[in-house]
Write a protein that binds this ligand. Structure first.
Ligand code: SAM
Length: 329
C-alpha cells in the first residue's frame, strides 16, 4: 500500500517531469510550477500542449489536496525538492534535513510553551522546509511568520510550499543583511548560510564585520537576527560546530555577551553529517531585556542518534528536567 506522502510525491514527480519537458526548464523549476498548479487546481502555463494539459488537469483533480495533512504535504514536497537539488549540488542552498527540522520544532515549542501569539522570522528561509516544520508543530497558537531569502528559485519554492500548506508566511526575496521590512520577532529560526559575505560595503554597517577582507555571513546573520528580535525573544540557530573556534570567534563572543544570554547548545549527532567539518549544533539565545535572566546552567548536550529511541527518550527527559528547573514548567 502506498502512503499519503508517496502518493503526493508521485503526483509532484510525474507532473514536474511532464512540465520540465514542456517548459524546457530544470526539474526544480518544474516542481515550483507544478506546485503552483496543484494549489490552483489548474494548468497555469500557456506553453503546455493540449494533450499534456489534459493529463495534468486530470492528475491535479484526482489528488484532492485537502485530504492530506500539512506534514504530509511538506514531506512530499520536500522529497520532490530533494530530487531536484540532487541535479545541481549547491552546498549553501541545501534544505534543512527533516530530522533537524523536527528536533528544532520540538525545542521551539518547549521554549514558546507559554506564548499564545507569536511572530517568527526565518531570514534564510530557503524552501521554507524548516519554517513550515516549526509552524506545523505550534498548534493552537496565533502565529505570524516572515521569511526572506536571496535566491529567487528557492523563494518561489517557499511560496508554493507555504501555499500548499495554507501557511500565510510573508516572504521577501532579498539579501537579508539589508534592512528587512518585518515586525520585531518573538522567535527567530535560522539554518545559517555559512561562508563569506561578498558585499563589504554593506558589511561595514555591522559590529561583526571583519577587520580585513570579507566578513562571515553567518556572523552577520546572527547580528541581524538579534536586531530584528524583541527584547526577551528567542533565537534558534543551526550553526557549524566550528563557530566558536574560527579566527573571528572572539569578536562574536564579546558581541553575544553584550546582546544576549546563551540558553543552550545542542550538538547534533555526528552520524547526520558527511564529516566532522560539516557537523552542526542548535544554538539557542535569548535577546537581553528587562526581565531576562541567564539560566543557572545552560542546556548543553550531545544529542544521540535520533534512531536510537531509548537514548532519545533519556535525552528528552533530561531536556524536560532542565525546563522544570530553569523555567518552572
Ligand atoms: N532552512 C532552509 C530550508 O529549509 O530550505 C535552508 C537554509 S540554507 C542552509 C541557507 C539559505 O540562506 C539558502 O537558501 C541561501 O539562499 C540563503 N542565503 C545565503 N545568503 C543570503 C543572504 N545574504 N540573504 C538572504 N538569504 C541568503
Amino acid at each position: 500500500m502506498t502512503t499519503p506522502v508517496e502518493r503526493l510525491f508521485t503526483l509532484f514527480d510525474e507532473t514536474a517531469t511532464i512540465l520540465q519537458e514542456e517548459l524546457q526548464c530544470t526539474y526544480l523549476e518544474a516542481v515550483a510550477e507544478t506546485g503552483e498548479n496543484v494549489f490552483h487546481g489548474d494548468v497555469l502555463q500557456e506553453e503546455v500542449s493540449e494533450l499534456n494539459a489534459k493529463r495534468l488537469k486530470k492528475e491535479y483533480k484526482e489528488i484532492q489536496l485537502d485530504r492530506f495533512t500539512n506534514e504530509e504535504i511538506r514531506k512530499a514536497f520536500q522529497l520532490a525538492v530533494l530530487k531536484g537539488m540532487k541535479e545541481h549540488t549547491q552546498p549553501h542552498h541545501q534544505m534543512t534535513p527533516d530530522a533537524v527540522g523536527l528536533f528544532m520544532s520540538y525545542i521551539v515549542s518547549k521554549f514558546t510553551g507559554k506564548y499564545l501569539a507569536l511572530t517568527i522570522l526565518d531570514p534564510a528561509v530557503g524552501t521554507a522546509n524548516l519554517l513550515t516544520t516549526v509552524l506545523n508543530h505550534l498548534p493552537g497558537k496565533q502565529v505570524k511568520s516572515y521569511g526572506a531569502d536571496v535566491d529567487d528559485l528557492l523563494i518561489r519554492l517557499a511560496y508554493v510550499n507555504a501555499n500548499l500548506q495554507k501557511q500565510p508566511i510573508q516572504l521577501f526575496n532579498q539579501d537579508s543583511l539589508q534592512p528587512l521590512f518585518v515586525e520585531l520577532a518573538d522567535v527567530v529560526i535560522c539554518d545559517l548560510p555559512v561562508g563569506y559575505y561578498p558585499n563589504d560595503a554593506n558589511a561595514s554597517r555591522f559590529v561583526l564585520k571583519a577587520e580585513n577582507g570579507h566578513s562571515y555571513a553567518h556572523h552577520l546573520f546572527i547580528e541581524q537576527s538579534l536586531y530584528y528580535t524583541k527584547e526577551g525573544g528567542y533565537l534558534f540557530f543551526l550553526i557549524p560546530n566550528s563557530l566558536f573556534s574560527s579566527d573571528q570567534s572572539a569578536q562574536l563572543h564579546t558581541f553575544l555577551k553584550e546582546q544576549a544570554v546563551i540558553q543552550g547548545l545542542l550538538q547534533l549527532p555526528m552520524s547526520m553529517f558527511k564529516n566532522e567539518q560539516a557537523a552542526k549544533s542548535i544554538f539557542i539565545l535569548q535577546k537581553k531585556g528587562a526581565n531576562v535572566k541567564a539560566p543557572k546552567k545552560a542546556l548543553l548536550a550531545e544529542l544521540p542518534r535520533f534512531s536510537n529511541k531509548q537514548a532519545m527518550q533519556v535525552m528528552m527527559r533530561k531536556i524536560d528536567e532542565w525546563f522544570a528547573t530553569e523555567k518552572h514548567e
